[in-house]
Design a protein around this ligand. Structure first.
Ligand code: TNX
Length: 511
């Protein structure tokens, strides 16, 4: 006997939802605006996802969400399944032309009792929005509120938009090589925190890590070792494309860096004509800096640079090419300026915007090029005078290779000890007097002299880079250490489920 009321009740169970507070959820980075409506959406086996049809990327974003929710909950949530007759609980991912959502990464997330609606102008915005939703799904299910398992998601409205368009982390794969799998794991975790740039430091004195078809010895010889003398490694162009593809699936831009004219020992060992310091180069496995340089007055050096920039640019969809330019201590100043001027033109010829470490601002550089401030306030000022955008990466705050404290197992400490609070409590807006409009964003570099595997990488990067994600996404009014600290503690279940070997800083009351 199935009275109408009872059937409905069985098919679409009425669930008495607990009182919730969306605004008190442990979201990182903190969204722009959150309004709580204090009920819950019961994510369960009756939930389906639908997207705008025919809009590029939205279907993929929905499938990404379904996949991640399956990993977390074991639910198999259908995406755009037309055969479902009655919609029980629905997640809509909509393309919206609303002018309230006025940047590509902006989104609105409306969570009601029976539906979740994500509005974005672009699939990229929708992708950022689903990261917020992923964070709102509880780590453990509730088996008592309903006759079946549910994951209650707090109701309310979120309006969100990033403070900075460039939110990055750098990985040094030159001092120690990291496999494609390792890099993918790093990308996947960063994307959860809405980081949208991965800068790969692909060459240095100790290793050349990317296949250049026209100069095969770079990887054959230059890629053969790393710090400490272990066998280095390199990415074939196919490997690199796979990293780029995986990042793009997460709306993350890969910025390739070939560090020049200093930090080039591995290149000069492979092709000794490149060398400008008069020494016969040998493979280098130490951690000194500043001893190598290209011969910046030789045309053949520029033919080489042209090939390298061309081949890498061809497989890099993102708009940037990083030429390094740091610590060229054995390059004469005039030679250095001449080099950066010429290489900037090569980068532009291949359709890319040049990024360089802060030293490049001494050259006659174009306002479209970008300076990455790591050490010198004077160089940063020069960049601003030239009308350049600046990426803020102060070594004392953002260097992920700095030790947390004297007890840290890995890391250096030439710039500072950087405990988790010190990495977070500073203001990138107007940092060092740079006008806000000149700041493109923030990047946290992870140099790898002292780390040689993914566990060690994760120990240094996490949890600090999570704080950098908030500094680059959330506005200053929404940032507060005491509040952040609690939200960070709540990341432990996610990090553990993802098998991230984060440093359990004693400053945080981990859950
Ligand atoms: C300085 S930061 C460097 C790197 C080192 C790092 C170690 C920068 C542009 N150059 O070559 O790996 O310090 O912390």
């Amino acid at each position: 006997i199935c009275a109408f009321y009872a059937c409905t009740a069985e098919r679409k169970p009425r669930i008495n939802m607990p009182t919730t507070n969306l605004a008190a959820e442990g979201l990182i980075p903190k969204p722009l605006k959150v309004i709580s409506t204090n009920s819950a959406f019961a994510l369960d086996k009756f939930t389906a996802i639908y997207t705008a049809k025919g809009d590029t990327g939205f279907q993929e974003v929905a499938e990404f969400l379904a996949n991640k929710l399956a990993q977390k909950t074991n639910l198999e949530i259908p995406v755009n399944d037309e055969s479902l007759q009655t919609l029980e609980r629905v997640i809509y991912i909509n393309k919206s032309d609303s002018t309230d959502i006025n940047t590509p990464e902006a989104y609105q997330l409306y969570i009601n009792q029976d539906s979740i609606i994500i509005n974005a102008n672009t699939a990229e915005g929708a992708f950022r929005g689903i990261q917020t939703l992923r964070q709102l799904v509880p780590h453990t299910s509730n088996d008592t509120l309903a006759p079946h398992t549910i994951w209650p998601v707090p109701t309310g409205k979120i309006t969100d938009n990033p403070a900075f368009e460039y939110r990055g982390s750098m990985l040094d794969v030159a001092r120690h090589f990291f496999s494609v799998e390792d890099v993918k794991k790093y990308i996947d975790i960063l994307a959860y925190y809405k980081i949208n740039v991965l800068h790969l430091h692909l060459s240095d004195d100790q290793g050349w890590r990317i296949e250049i078809k026209s100069w095969p010895k770079l990887t054959e010889i230059g890629g053969s070792t790393e710090v400490g003398g272990e066998a280095g490694g390199f990415y074939t162009q196919e490997d690199y494309k796979e990293i780029v593809r995986y990042a793009a699936e997460r709306y993350m831009t890969v910025v390739p860096e070939i560090d020049m004219p200093g930090h080039t020992n591995a290149a000069s060992v492979s092709y000794p004509f490149l060398n400008g310091n008069g020494k016969t180069p040998e493979l280098y496995e130490g951690i000194e800096v500043g001893f190598s340089t290209f011969d910046t007055r030789k045309d053949t050096v520029y033919a080489f640079v042209d090939d390298v920039v061309r081949e890498i640019s061809e497989i890099t969809p993102g708009p940037y090419f990083h030429i390094g330019g740091d610590e060229s201590h054995v390059t004469k100043k005039d030679d250095y300026i001449y080099f950066v001027n010429r290489v900037e033109k090569i980068v532009q010829k291949y359709g890319k915007r040049m990024i360089g470490w802060d030293e490049v601002a001494v050259a006659d550089i174009d306002s479209t090029s970008i300076s990455q401030w790591w050490a010198s306030a004077e160089n940063a000022k020069k960049a601003v005078e030239k009308g350049m955008q600046v990426i803020v990466s102060p070594a004392t705050r953002t260097y992920l290779d700095m030790k947390y404290d004297t007890l840290s197992k890995f890391g250096l400490h030439w710039a500072a000890y950087i405990p988790v609070d010190s990495a977070y409590i500073w203001t990138p807006e107007g940092y060092g007097g740079i006008p806000r409009e000149n700041i493109l964003g923030i990047e946290a570099p992870l140099w790898s002299e002292t780390i040689s595997n993914i566990d060690e990488l994760e120990y240094l990067a996490f949890p600090r880079v999570i704080g950098h994600s908030e500094l680059s996404w959330s506005i200053p009014e929404n940032r507060n250490w005491e509040d952040y600290k609690v939200r960070l503690a709540n990341q432990a279940p996610f990090l553990e489920r993802m098998d991230v070997k984060y440093y359990p800083s004693p400053l945080i009351d981990w859950k």
